[in-house]
Design a protein around this ligand. Structure first.
Ligand code: ADP
Length: 625
């Protein structure tokens, strides 16, 4: 192929612009990114060569070499991994934008520190070379291709890049950075070595640098022709737990997660028995930007007998634990295992179950012993963990114990166990209310009687809560009861006197209830007298088997059809407005008042009026009349 000039894809151009103009802190990560790409390329070769041993080309020792030329002001990162064909170089280094690109651009613009570290989180690491280089040259040959099929890619990181075919004997890739003016500090063996030690110690392959010796005559360090490893090159998880320091665990986490924070907790175990595997799993402190992407595969890398097989092996973790990062190294799976095979494998099922238990155990431990840390975890990942209730039946009870809520008694952090411990004498059910926000939940009229009697109600305001309630019916033998559904049955929480009063009130209000039913026939399924209200004239509740108003609204907002079911209107016969209603003369005035009471109950519950103009008209008529 003759030399061709091609344009970067539009989003890639934006990235390059930001990378070259605005990343000032943590510049050194370019080396981590390029070494990590080199290491990935070696992993890919190892993997492809399982089926095609000829790809080894009699060169089975994989490594990465880093060297520099002080006069030419270049740094080279060389690997003997899989390499790239011309098409691959064009696609991967210029024209295909990654899925995370847009998020990356947004986040980078918002980041005040202009932290280059962000780059690794979004899978655009190659371009980080332009942080320190004003030209990058890549020379590469794909494993198995003829020497005449080498490729040179070159760019100054502005609008275009060039590609051409070259003769190249060596398998793999050289990435050559032509340093910008002012970046000469990186032309130092000591500097490069310390960056490699910092970020690439736990890579599974050696990163080599030229050995230095002291030259007496020159009174300086000089390079020899010998190569020596600049990193430990031993996979951390294969070492024994007692030999690994906390700092090493943290460094490894940063390497695999690109997270600049330390992990919240981790667990490292060798599991023996029917299936043998090692797991090193981390819970991050902060949720990643794409936590809500349902297609996100999760963050666990699969190795088989220390050979890297794949990133984000979703079959190894349930979806609701997709925030867990780490490594699972299996001793039993075949090396050529595919994603499809993973889904079906019994070994994988055992690994997933075992790993889930470990993660839950780790969270239980934090919840028990580090309450504040657990609160942080819950704020970040609680909503995802709740998905587990429907997904993971076997661990339902363990999960429910880990849940935390706001309630009428505390702003946050209430567990089911806390709640049960505070239940009133004679209380059987765990009372909950769902709403769009805490303030809406708190001001809900349905809570009035509970507040008056000092009975705690859990306030559920996450979108997944309704869904959670459809899978979780009880905790520790106490049913979860929505206060916005069905008639309130406070059971033994009401004394005989109160029950009698309620019955008498219902009896006395019969004529009023009949009138209301007629007047609101189109809008309410039923009308009844309630004892749940103290300060409000009326409220709306869903019938026992119907969907709550909150859930119906959520479905509607998500563009789905909610089955249309009319709500029940409950009235408080003690309230002045209801008394006024009872004494209203003339059917038109009664209708107006009845509709106002109904509309207000809808509004108080967080609902939207179907005909707001009619409501305003009626209220105005009332105000002037
Ligand atoms: P990522 O590594 O997250 O995929 P990068 O921007 O760092 O994103 O790299 C883009 C792609 O370029 C890689 O996925 C890979 O296909 C290719 N690539 C980069 N460096 C090398 C290399 N040293 N050898 C082979 N392919 C490489």
């Amino acid at each position: 192929m003759d030399k061709k000039t091609l344009s970067f894809q539009a989003e890639v151009q934006q990235i390059l612009h930001l990378v070259t103009h605005s990343l000032y802190s943590n510049k050194e990560i370019f080396l981590r990114e390029l070494v990590s790409n080199a290491s990935d390329a070696c992993d890919k070769l190892r993997f492809e060569a399982l089926d095609k041993p000829e790809l080894w080309e009699d060169q089975p020792e994989l490594n990465v070499r880093v060297f520099f030329n002080a006069e030419a002001k270049t740094i080279t990162i060389r690997d003997n991994g899989i390499g790239m064909s011309a098409e691959e170089a064009v696609a991967h280094l210029g024209t295909i934008a990654k899925s995370g690109t847009r998020e990356f651009l947004g986040k980078l613009e918002a980041d005040k520190k202009k932290d280059a570290n962000l780059i690794g989180q979004f899978g655009v690491g190659f371009y980080s070379g332009f942080i320190v280089a004003d030209r990058m040259t890549v020379e590469t040959r794909r494993a198995g291709a003829a020497p005449a099929e080498g490729v040179r890619w070159s760019s100054t990181g502005t609008g275009d890049f060039e590609v051409e075919t070259i003769e190249r004997a060596a398998r793999g890739t050289d990435v050559i950075l032509h340093l910008r003016e002012g970046e000469e500090e990186f032309l130092s063996a000591w500097k490069l070595k310390s960056i490699i030690g910092k970020y690439s110690d736990h890579l599974n392959l050696p990163v080599l640098m030229k050995k230095q010796t002291w030259d007496e005559e020159k009174s300086a360090q000089v390079e020899t022709d010998e190569w020596e490893p600049a990193n430990k090159a031993q996979a951390l998880w294969t070492r024994s737990k007692s030999d690994i320091t906390d700092t090493e665990y943290q460094a490894f986490y940063k390497q695999i997660s690109y997270d600049s924070d330390a992990p919240l907790a981790y667990t490292h175990n060798r599991v023996e028995g029917r299936t043998e595997y090692t797991q090193l799993l981390y819970v991050p402190k902060k949720a990643p930007f794409d936590l809500w992407n349902r297609d996100k595969r999760g963050g666990v890398k699969l190795y088989v007998k220390r050979v890297f097989i794949m990133d984000d092996a979703e079959a190894l973790m349930p979806v609701y634990l997709r925030f867990v990062k780490g490594v699972i190294d299996s001793a039993d799976l075949p090396l050529n295992v595919s994603r499809e095979l993973l889904q079906e494998s019994r070994d994988v099922k055992a690994i997933r179950e075992g790993s889930t238990k470990k993660v839950l155990g780790m969270l239980e431990d934090v919840a028990e012993n580090q309450k504040e840390v657990y609160a942080e975890f819950w704020a970040q990942f609680g909503t995802v963990l709740k998905e587990g209730i429907g997904e993971d039946h076997n661990n339902r009870e363990r999960l429910a114990k880990l849940f935390r809520f706001a309630s009428t008694h505390a702003d946050s952090g209430v567990s089911f166990a806390d709640y049960v411990g505070r239940m009133k004498e004679g209380q059987d059910a765990i009372y909950v209310i769902t709403a769009d926000s805490l303030s809406a939940a708190r001001s809900s009229p349905q809570l009035e009687i509970f507040r008056k009697k000092g009975i705690e109600v859990l306030l559920l305001t996450d979108r997944v809560d309704e869904w959670m309630l459809s899978h979780l019916y009880e905790f520790d033998g106490h049913s979860l009861t929505s206060v916005a559904k069905g008639a309130v049955d406070l059971g033994q929480l009401q004394d005989e006197e109160e029950k009698k009063q309620a019955e008498a009130a219902a009896e006395a209000a019969k004529p009023l209830v009949e009138r209301l039913k007629k007047s609101l026939a189109e809008r309410a399924k039923d009308v009844r007298v309630t004892t749940r209200l103290v300060d409000s004239p009326a409220c709306i509740v869903a019938d026992e088997g119907d969907m709550s108003g909150h859930l119906a609204r959520m479905l509607k907002a998500a563009g789905q059809d909610a089955p249309k079911s009319l709500p029940i209107l409950e009235i408080n016969t003690e309230h002045a407005l209801v008394k006024k209603l009872d004494s209203a003369e003339g059917s038109e005035r009664f209708d107006d008042l009845a509709n106002i009471v109904f509309d207000q109950a809808v509004l108080a519950e967080g609902g939207v009026l179907e005909d707001p103009a009619a409501y305003v008209r009626r209220v105005n008529a009332l105000l002037v009349g």
